[in-house]
Ligand binder design. Sequence first.
Ligand code: NAD
Length: 485
Amino acid sequence: MIDPKPTASHFIDGAYAEDDNGAPIPVIYAATGEEIARIHAATPALVDRAIAAAKRALPAWAAMTGTERGRILRRAADIMRERNRELSELETFDTGKPLQETLVADATSGADALEYFGGIAATLTGEHIQLADGDFVYTRREALGVCVGIGAWNYPTQIACWKAAPALACGNAMVFKPSETTPLCALKVAEILKEAGLPDGVFNVVNGAGDVGGALVADDRVAKVSITGSVPTGKKVYQAAAAGMKHVTMELGGKSPMIVFEDADVENAISGAILGNFYSSGQICSNGTRVFVHRDIKDAFLTRLAERMGTAVMGDPMDEATNFGPMVSDGQMTIAQNYIAKGLEEGARLVAGGRRVERDGWYLEPTVFADVTDDMTIAREEIFGPVMCVLDFTDEAEVMTRANATEYGLAAGVFTRDLARAHRVAAAFEAGTCYINTYNDAPVEAPFGGVKSSGVGRENSKEAINHYSEMKSVYVRMGDVEAPF
Ligand code: NAD
């Protein structure tokens, strides 16, 4: 087993950095409640150093060819894959997620992003636009400058890579601030990028809470901010970025619908509902937490769901047999417990779970409520915990109206064997990421992101390139310039 203690609290200009004057941040292992490391939040001087380092590194990095930049990113992807086990153990220490998950979903997903964007870095070009009389315009795809990445705590390795990989591929430099709850993994990403040959200062990590994030967003030297977090935080960051007319990518929260029609393969639909509510102990932004089940199959669905939930293996996340781990923190568990109490109070029927597990750490049973109605708090607000709400419906038009009646629009899923209906429903969903007969896949090749309050912009895929670069148009006149006088 690895030692989770980091070399130091921050990674700036190609080296670990420390300043003990920063507020202490204890790192708590969710499976035991024990402190496994203690770091210090970045002081204003360190924030300044990180941005200055990024700014300094920028011109040379942006001037390299895409092939050269891509080679470094792809080398980093290889190192991440070679070290998957130790990185997965670190991810488990950071978040409490079971090793069974982290071995296949975190460093591997980060490596995919580094490999994908490393691969397309060399293909990024502008275009040539022919005009009359031989005149023409060519466009240059240029880096934005210093980008700030701000992470949530549920996927600390993946989030760092999903932001760094496209940013760096385009020739930007980045200062990344992890969530104060999970400060460890991004430091390793920085270390690996350096080992892969990344020039000093191109990717920096500063730890700290919202105030450190706020200082980064407000800095005049920063051209773009990409945040993964809650809607209220996203609104604050969007406003602060707007004051400096900065580009933004907002990956925010959700309350996504999953619709199970009467002709669905029920076993697959239940798999989707389990993945979309209990993977990572329910702490996934795109989760399908409002499960609308057609009245004709509701009883069969609930009976079989309860049976399958009985096979969840809750326990030590470092044991690879464990498939359901603790919540990330005491605070997040309390939030989920309060929602469970609210569900009971407002008349939802508890069909599974609902209680804290009697053991050390922040374990909450996977919980299912049935007979949930649209007006209940648990059906309206993002819980970000292992709480599934099952709602009934009878009619497609009715369920579509209800599914879309939310300020959120991150993801949505439909289970049906009727092909025409599947595509009709997908088209009608007000969501950025939709699923037909599956749920929560997030391959790097496809755009990921939300509409409405759930976000602005897209991560992953070629689409992310547009959010980390901008086009300069260069007009070229071949003849004389005509002027009125
Ligand atoms: P959060 O909003 O509390 O914090 C997110 C990050 O923002 C943290 O690093 C935090 O320190 C920082 N922050 C807080 N205030 C700030 C400010 N004023 N200025 C700058 N930075 C500030 O979110 P969380 O609790 O860490 O994560 C859970 C939330 O993230 C959920 O709502 C979840 O849906 C969302 N999420 C979204 C996605 C996605 O891709 N759409 C992925 C994962 C999580």
